[in-house]
Design a protein around this ligand. Sequence first.
Ligand code: UT7
Length: 343
Amino acid sequence: MSALYSVVSGVSFYVPEKIVTNEDLTRVMDTTDTWIQERTGIRERRIADVNTSTSDLGTLAARKVLEKCGKTPRDLDLLVAATLSPDYYFPGIGVQMQNALGASCIPALDVRGQCSGFAWSIATADALLRTGNYRCALVVGAEIHSRVIEFSNRGRNVSVLFGDGAGAMLLERGKENEPPTSHNKVRGVIDSLMGCDGSGAEFLAVKRPGTARGFKEFISPEEAEKKAYLPYMEGQQVFRHAVTRMLEAAQTILKRNGLKAQDIDLVIPHQANIRINETVREKLELAPEKVFNTIERYGNTTAATLPIGMTEAEERGILKPGALVLTLAFGSGFTWGANLIRW
Ligand code: UT7
């Protein structure tokens, strides 16, 4: 009998066609291409049109990965989706994608891990596949940030960072007799790590609408008028914690699998700021080519950054079957996560 574990069968992504460059942003707010590139590494991002929802982007990415793997939605028996920008407050995008894809009446979970959402979703799907109750899981990360941020001076510290997009991964039950470990060559998810420190929730959040203490209404007309639903972010706090936690996550997962950073073939980190990733890379003493970044062209697509990175790394021939991959993520919450995968 084969061991219970999961294998990455494929990964794909979909981004809207419309490109918004840093130069475009200088027309609507006081910013410069130089400021954005030097502080973040971003040159451009994608923006979805008004007739596209987050679950639509997720569905498009999902269809691409299903086609790539020669599967149909009816082959799925689990869907795990991550987003912080759902179509509706409830239900989540998982159920909407189940319907849009025409999948069977499978469980469709939404994972609320923000920028760690995809790493947490891999961990969740992998754990469920290891129960033996599921065989074929679709993992999706999708975001439309452009409708939740303000393209003006007030929002410029946040709005220049984010982009719209979606990515999808197919995880299937493995067929080997032994599960993947850091020391054999079996393809699959070896280990995942998830963590959070909720005392960081105040540093990066959309606090309204909601049921927070002291507010009579989910959102009042006055609050809506003032756009109280825009994200609040203390960038330097987020930056500092991101470096610490991504590094810690890497060191913990490496150590418990008997690995050194240099044993990893490719790190696919979340894309929030090129300087965060460079600092983590330097502290791990990794060569530049061991860390794959896509922030330059897509900005921070939150739950979609990891599958976008994986797909592009594959398409450029940098990520090959058999490679030992480490994902690293950090986001609002604060949340963090890592996955160790034999590709
Ligand atoms: O996935 C998790 C999501 N978020 C993050 O990981 C964000 C982490 N934080 C960061 O990436 C950085 O903190 C930012 C890129 C957001 C900001 O960079 P910073 O080096 O921390 O800049 P700062 O906030 O200290 O601001 C420096 C200056 C300020 O002006 P003064 O006070 O020095 O005159 C800001 O008002 O830059 C100004 N500023 C801008 N200038 C031009 C803020 N946003 C902009 C902008 N264009 N878009």
